[in-house]
Ligand binder design. Structure first.
Ligand code: SF4
Ligand code: SF4
Length: 186
């Protein structure tokens, strides 16, 4: 288990670990803010993505590891695709989350991460979200079959919940996009 840093030197060691694992050179970020302007979840973050990068640059690793942003990030990769320095911002955040887990910091967010993974796999497979697929998959995985069942009637009324997977014309392009992103991470 990673011990949480108390001294600046220990923080620097953790920072080096994040850089090593993510394969990113954090000093390359020049704070243009494009990652934040394209992030769909930034409204719910305590620190927007460019601020997370800055905190890491100045060695405030503890703040990043404990942040709500690191746990709520959807791993959608939009920020990584848009960074002019080709920094894998999402990969950095993902690494920070892993380190936070190892430090025993945020284990309570496991379901959130499971949901995020299921969401992305679902979109990759269908080209867009298949709501029923994600709903049943997640509830089975978390042993809570009727979790959020109250949301179904209004979603069905608004035709926002489909039992049959959607037929999407651009499904191949979406898969290619996922492959490109995985290639960039590899
Ligand atoms: S888009 Fe890239 S360079 Fe710009 S702030 Fe975000 S991480 Fe830094
Ligand atoms: S990967 Fe996370 S930080 Fe990046 S755009 Fe998506 S939600 Fe925002």
């Amino acid at each position: 288990m990673i011990r949480f840093p108390e001294s600046i030197n220990a923080g620097a060691a953790l920072l080096a670990e994040i850089e090593k694992r993510s394969g990113q050179r954090l000093s390359a970020c020049y704070q243009c803010g494009r990652c934040t302007s394209t992030c769909v979840a930034a409204f719910a973050f305590d620190y927007p993505p460019h601020r997370l990068m800055r905190l890491l640059q100045v060695g405030m690793v503890r703040e990043v590891l404990a942040s709500r942003a690191a746990q709520l990030c959807l791993d959608c990769m939009t920020c990584s695709m848009r960074c002019p320095m080709k920094l894998d911002v999402a990969g950095v955040i993902e690494t920070a989350k892993a380190v936070a887990d190892e430090a025993g910091l945020k284990d309570s967010e496991r379901d959130l991460r499971l949901f995020r993974r299921g969401f992305l796999n679902n979109v990759r497979r269908h080209g867009r979200l298949h709501e029923a697929g994600l709903f049943f998959w997640f509830n089975l995985r978390t042993n809570n079959l009727f979790n959020d069942a109250g949301l179904l009637p209004p979603m069905l009324r608004k035709k926002n919940f489909h039992f049959v997977p959607p037929r999407i014309r651009h499904r191949r392009q979406v898969r290619r996009l996922f492959q490109q992103i995985n290639g960039r991470q590899g």
